[in-house]
Design a protein around this ligand. Structure first.
Ligand SMILES: Cc1ncc(COP(=O)(O)O)c(C=O)c1O
Length: 389
């Protein structure tokens, strides 16, 4: 008797292996490894957050709960936006998700169908683009301009990419991996384009507070009107060192609230209540922690970028936002090969720019959210390697 082997679905086949995951899998667990390849720091979640979650867990908060997030957490999100963005949102605008990644997936599901196009800026964090292909949405990359170590948006280039099939603009600012941070003028121009063409904006402002020239990066909240069709995807991961928790949120127009609740229902059916209690503690008592973590990132950013620029063989500038140095090392054209060589020679794990799509192939990404002494050590190893390359 012979068996026929069923094929995996077209969507599953469209999910490629992560180009960052590949180098991590190659060198994970080595002695003397300095892991700057992933977007997370070296600090665990602060105890005031873990304690709040642990207390709730021990108190038996272990049942199914509100699909869209518990009301207390949604109110805490309203207060967070009041404090940092001077907004007057309501709990009806807030939807709690199982990570920033899931927030992005649900936002895409809410606005784009198979065959539709979503425009994004590249180089880009690859998960977003791959989430589109898995949904059979066509990602349309518009390259940022790289000039004299700085990245900028050419709004005319973006406008030229809009077609009748375009449903949304996906904008990550400050950007992973480039650190490009939209100016207020960029944001106003994007909103204008979206209004003109009837498009959604999905705003990924997850690094909005990781902004070095001021208290926070310019935000779509600064330029939008109440009737603009903007969905914000965000996460607890970076602000409060909660990457392993997998909790995020969406801010969206209230009239699509039921749709988002339904989409949460048919994916995770909601986030564990005890984790949501930890998330409330993060929002309500975490501002000082965020400030000190950002100051630490600024010190480490300066150490890494200053050391590398001093080799005269690396083109980069200190990024205004996010957690990453995106480095163009003289002579590197295939950063995938180079990432393997660098980790073998120095023990420093960098993410290859090839993983971030068009415009990224000759760059390497290093995350500097870590103890300045460790970053100094990584910078020494890298500069030695680059000088002898
Ligand atoms: C630009 C951007 N958006 C969203 C996320 C999602 O974060 P998480 O899924 O950990 O909440 C990340 C994580 O690295 C990111 O860099």
């Amino acid at each position: 008797m012979t068996f026929t082997r069923p094929e995996i679905s077209r969507r599953a086949a469209a999910a490629p292996r992560s180009g960052i995951g590949e180098i991590v899998a190659y060198a994970r667990g080595r002695d003397n490894l300095m892991p700057l390849w992933i977007g997370e720091g070296d600090l665990p979640t602060p105890t005031f957050i873990s304690d709040a979650a642990g207390d709730a867990l021990r108190a038996g908060e272990t049942f199914y709960t509100w699909t869209q997030g518990i009301p207390e957490l949604r109110q805490a999100l309203v207060r967070y936006y009041q404090r940092h963005y001077a907004t007057s949102l309501s709990a009806d605008n807030m939807y709690v998700t199982g990570s920033g990644m899931q927030a992005i997936v649900l936002a895409l599901q809410a606005v784009a169908s198979a065959g539709d196009e979503v425009i994004y800026l590249t180089p880009a964090w690859p998960n977003v683009v791959n989430a589109m292909t898995v949904s059979e949405v066509n990602p349309v990359g518009v390259e940022l301009t790289f000039d004299d170590g700085r990245w900028s948006l050419d709004i005319d280039r973006l406008a030229a990419a809009i077609t009748p099939r375009t449903k949304a603009l996906f904008v990550n600012t400050p950007s992973n991996p480039t650190g490009w941070t939209a100016t207020r003028e960029d944001l106003a121009a994007l909103v204008q384009l979206a209004r003109q063409h009837g498009l959604w904006i999905i705003a990924d402002e997850i690094y909005g507070l990781y902004y070095y020239p001021g208290p926070r990066a310019p935000s779509f909240f600064d330029v939008m009107d109440a009737e603009d069709r903007i969905i914000f995807a965000n996460s607890f991961s970076k602000n409060w060192c909660m990457t392993g928790w997998r909790v995020g949120w969406l801010v969206a127009p209230a009239d699509i609230g039921q749709t988002l609740t339904n989409l949460i229902q048919y994916s995770t059916s909601g986030v564990a209540q005890f984790m949501q209690k930890g998330a409330i503690a993060a929002l309500d008592h975490g501002d000082d922690f965020i400030r000190s973590n950002i100051e630490r990132a600024r010190i480490s950013r300066d150490i890494l970028c200053d050391a590398l620029v001093a080799t005269n063989r690396v083109e980069t500038r200190k990024p205004d936002g996010a957690l990453y140095a995106f480095l163009k090392i003289d002579g590197v054209t295939d950063s995938r090969d180079e990432a393997f060589r660098i980790v073998d020679a120095t023990g420093v794990g960098l993410a290859p720019g090839t993983a971030f799509g068009a415009g990224g192939a000759s760059f390497m990404r290093g995350c500097f959210l870590r103890d300045p002494k460790q970053v100094e050590d990584a910078a020494e190893r890298l500069t030695r390697y680059i000088r002898n390359r």
